[in-house]
Design a protein around this ligand. Structure first.
Ligand code: 6R9
Length: 667
């Protein structure tokens, strides 16, 4: 059904939120950081945007190239080619380069499984040398199964080290991978296999989730009753749950790998050879297969990881002083870029965790941080809001003083959640990097540089080096200070998407048609007097109330700043008098009861914080909000519920369908 709500446009989005708190980089942090001051950031940012080719060539020089590039950039809008003529291999830069530098025994991956048999956590530490051997062996397995350079390999696995092995093995032999998050269903597998024309799937019998195996192989079997494209399935034994193996098609990983050689030279890949496809749902329609290529993605993710997280490498003499942990699943872009590909070239141990944050108990994350002495921690606002709701007693049980830097990604972080993160997790000494980016951008676009940037709760601050970001109207003119508009990137950057797999027109329509000549991200934003960017929400979610265009982020942040509120989502709905009203869906903090009086209190609180225009017409309490499996609130579904419409939109990325049934039941 068509969305009957009047459409706002981001061009005249109004900002109503005022956030004045400022946090300069802690001096002790700045003193040891890669970039030590705002002056240094500004000089380098200007140089890098004025002359991106020089800047990116300098970054690329640190990595290994079988053949150097002829030109750094060829730009024929919307098509960019970076490091033209170069030959390299990303797996080589993740592994061989470290081994050759005498770091073979240093830790590449620290892995913690979900089960804690007999109360003992299951932990593996994998060195670069070991990982190189495992990757080479599995690369030979893939070759034996007939995989050739350019063949798309589908990966549907739990968060175990073999997932990293599988993706690096693909990169090693030049077979683009298409990773499907292990929480997705059979039909999602079928759609992606068909779209990517993939003939092979790598999976596992199961993966642990809250004490139970997720039946991955069973889901693959079901998917393969709906498509006959797949010829080979490799199955890792993880949970020993019963599975059926189809003769000739299905192969056990351990049997294939048993006599495979650990010698597999890395393929010399052209800079622009396809590295992977990753499907992103978008709000409507069928998922888009976002394409990333080899060299630009490699250079950009390694550079951003190193600078944004201020990583310090291992040396031949010593392990890295850092232990880095990103809690995302590798099935999302965050996991691709900032668990594996951007991290391993930086020579810092990357921690991978298989399980949930509340199993066996709600202190699991803090327990992991304490035991592994994690220094840099990267998670999502949805997780931070859950921790707030669960209460600080879970954190107080652990010594998390090893933490030096905190990161967030995935959604705008409400200032109150930011403050809680800063105080309760960061002990007021850790810079927070609120990183704005997308599957399509490959790496961080707007982010604090932790030794240089003064942070402000709720703002993702400034563009990364080489990034020319702006807030504009549909003509491409910059908006005045603090006025909301369309967030665009005006110049190419190395890890930009190279297209949507098999759909050129959709690539142009989605990203290159809204503002002539610029990449449009689909987010609304404003830029303040200090040059800080504030994401105001998705342009599609703008609410038009009495002629005012409101972004979702600010009203939600005002709701979350009420002490009873844990999490909130707002949408527009048809209102008899006003045309459009504001409906808010609210989850409460532990122990708080949702009374009529609280409804009024919350409405008044928002009006007081933001002014009467933003006062919600409806406040509806709920136990949970509908979210994607990567933790983003699905406002379009709430829009239908608020309007009393039947939901006909795509729900395949919804994490928990029962939430919708409950919300509708109340309606
Ligand atoms: C990395 C990732 C991209 C969309 C993006 C925006 C939202 C991500 C954000 C943020 C505000 C941040 N988003 N990070 N909004 N502040 N720090 O999440 O990629 O799954 O493709 O989503 O997520 O709306 O456009 P992806």
């Amino acid at each position: 059904m068509a969305d009957t709500q009047p459409k706002g446009d981001a061009e005249s989005m109004e900002s109503v939120l005022h956030e004045e708190r400022k946090f300069p980089p802690p001096p002790a942090f700045a003193a040891q950081a890669h970039v030590k001051s705002l002056d240094e950031y500004e000089t380098l940012h200007k140089e890098s945007v004025d002359n991106p080719e020089k800047f990116w060539a300098e970054q690329a020089a640190d990595l290994h190239w079988f053949q150097k590039w002829d030109r750094v950039l060829e730009w024929d809008l919307p098509d960019a080619k970076w490091f033209v003529g170069a030959k390299t291999n990303l797996a080589y830069n993740c592994l061989d380069r470290q081994v050759e530098a005498g770091l073979g025994d240093r830790t590449a991956i620290i892995w913690e499984g979900e089960p804690t048999p007999g109360g003992q956590p299951e932990v593996r530490r994998i060195s670069y040398k070991q990982l190189l051997d495992d990757v080479s062996r599995f690369a030979n397995v893939l070759k034996d199964l007939g995989v050739k350079k350019g063949d798309v390999v589908t990966i549907y696995m739990p968060m175990v080290p073999e997932l990293a092995v599988a993706m690096l093995a693909c990169a090693r032999i030049g077979a683009p991978h298409s990773i499907i998050f292990g929480g997705f269903s059979a039909s999602a597998i079928r759609d992606r296999v068909e779209d990517g024309q993939s003939k092979i799937i790598i999976t596992a019998d199961g993966g642990w989730r809250r004490g139970k195996p997720v039946p991955l192989k069973e889901n693959v079997d079901e998917a393969l009753t709906m498509t006959d494209r797949v010829e080979k399935v490799v199955v890792l034994e993880r949970c020993q749950n019963p599975v059926t193996m189809k003769e000739g098609r299905d192969h056990w990983w351990h049997e294939c790998a048993a006599d495979a050689s650990a010698d597999c030279p890395a393929e010399h890949m052209d800079a622009e050879d396809l590295l992977f496809i990753l499907y992103t749902s978008g709000s409507t329609g069928k998922p888009k297969g976002i394409m990333h290529t080899t060299a630009g993605y490699m250079v950009y993710t390694a550079t951003t990881a190193g600078i944004t997280f201020d990583l310090k490498p291992a040396t031949a003499q010593a392990e890295s002083p850092d232990v880095y942990w990103c809690t995302a699943d590798i099935g999302w872009i965050t996991g691709h870029s900032y668990i594996i590909y951007g991290l391993l070239p930086n020579r810092v141990p990357t921690l991978m965790y298989e399980g949930a944050p509340d199993t066996p108990d709600k202190d699991r994350f803090w327990d992991i941080i304490e035991r592994h002495k994690v220094t840099k921690f990267y998670t999502a606002p949805t997780a931070i809001r859950a921790f707030m709701k669960w209460g600080s007693e879970h954190i107080d049980k652990h010594d998390i003083s090893s933490l030096q830097l905190l990161g967030t990604v995935g959604e705008p972080i409400n200032p109150e959640a930011w403050m809680w993160y800063h105080q309760t997790i960061g002990n007021e000494k850790c810079p927070i990097v609120d990183t704005w980016w997308q599957t399509e951008t490959g790496g961080h676009m707007l982010t604090p540089v932790p030794g240089a940037t003064t942070t402000v709760p709720g703002s993702c601050t400034r563009p990364f080096f080489g990034i020319d970001a702006a807030v504009v109207n549909s003509e491409g003119d910059e908006m005045p200070t603090n006025a909301g508009g369309i967030l665009v990137i005006r110049k190419p950057w190395p890890s930009m998407l190279r297209g949507i797999y098999g759909n050129r027109q959709r690539f142009i329509d989605t990203y290159w048609s809204k503002v002539e000549g610029y990449y449009t991200a689909g987010d609304g934003a404003r830029k303040d007097q200090d040059g800080n960017f504030w994401i105001m929400g998705r342009i599609d979610d703008v609410i038009v109330v009495a002629g005012h265009n409101l972004g979702t982020m600010e009203v939600e942040s005002a709701l979350v700043s009420h002490p009873a509120v844990a999490e909130a989502a707002v949408v527009g709905f048809p209102h008899e008098i006003k045309g459009t009203g504001i409906a808010s869906f609210v989850t409460l903090r532990g122990g708080v009861e949702g009374t009529d009086q609280l409804v009024e209190e919350i409405r008044d609180h928002v009006a007081h914080e933001l002014g009467p225009i933003s006062k919600p017409d409806l406040v509806r309490f709920t136990d949970a909000l509908p979210k994607t499996r990567s933790g983003k609130i699905m406002r379009r579904l709430l829009r239908d519920i608020a309007a009393g419409r039947e939901i006909t939109q795509d729900m395949t990325t919804l994490e928990d369908v029962s939430i919708l049934a409950k919300l509708q039941g109340q309606g």
